[in-house]
Write a protein that binds this ligand. Structure first.
Ligand SMILES: C[S@@+](CC[C@H](N)C(=O)[O-])C[C@H]1O[C@@H](n2cnc3c(N)ncnc32)[C@H](O)[C@@H]1O
Length: 189
């Protein structure tokens, strides 16, 4: 059976989703990732620059009787202003399905936000679903790949990608904080 990248992302994050954890959805969109997170952790803070995304997601979450989400109608680059001990951060890049395709994530803002998330000492894992299927997305993908190669040895960085299809499909970048015993067993530059 073929598993979607969203399904696999949720599966890989599951180990980190504890009932007392705080998570951040850095790109709320239509709220599906937030719904997934909020039904497993204590609280979710969810960012989106578009009001339509906030409204669509509020509807989805209320239909699912979820009320442990704080919606933040702002750029995720302001994550450093969020005074919360979050341990999970999710990014799902690109444009809002069904809305204006010109409003999309961009590499400068995304990389800036990832850097800030990685500076949070409570952070355990970051997932980033990357779409290369539109020009802005391809640029964002190339710049993210350059950036993640140089992330400090305090983190493990992996990519999960379909490699035998002609169609351009999204891929996952998973950044996990190394445990102390892992740090001792490798050479960290
Ligand atoms: C592909 S959608 C996210 C899909 C979503 N996670 C879901 O489950 O439906 C990407 C979203 O990122 C938002 N976005 C773009 N740039 C942003 C930024 N700098 N900060 C926060 N959200 C941003 C867009 O408005 C769009 O809604």
């Amino acid at each position: 059976m073929m598993r979607s990248i969203t399904y696999l992302t949720h599966l890989l994050l599951s180990d980190y989703l504890k009932s007392d954890a705080i998570a951040v959805d850095m790109t709320l969109g239509n709220g599906y990732d937030t719904l997934f997170l909020a039904s497993r952790v204590k609280h979710v803070f969810a960012y989106d620059i578009q009001e339509i995304a906030i409204n669509n997601s509020k509807k989805l979450l209320s239909e699912n009787k979820i009320n442990n989400v704080t919606f933040i109608n702002d750029t995720n680059e302001n994550i450093d202003m969020l005074n919360q001990k979050y341990s999970i951060a999710m990014f799902n890049l690109g444009y809002l399905p069904g809305a204006n395709k010109n409003i999309t994530t961009n590499s400068n803002a995304t990389i800036n936000a990832i850097k800030k998330v990685l500076r949070n000492p409570f952070l355990e894992v970051v997932s980033i679903v990357v779409y290369e299927g539109h020009p802005q997305g391809l640029k964002e993908s190339e710049e993210i790949q350059n950036f993640i190669k140089n992330i400090s040895g305090n983190f493990n960085v992996k990519i999960l990608k379909n490699i035998n299809t002609k169609r351009i499909s999204p891929y996952l970048v998973l950044i996990e904080r190394r445990k102390t015993h892992e740090k001792n067993s490798i050479n960290i530059s």
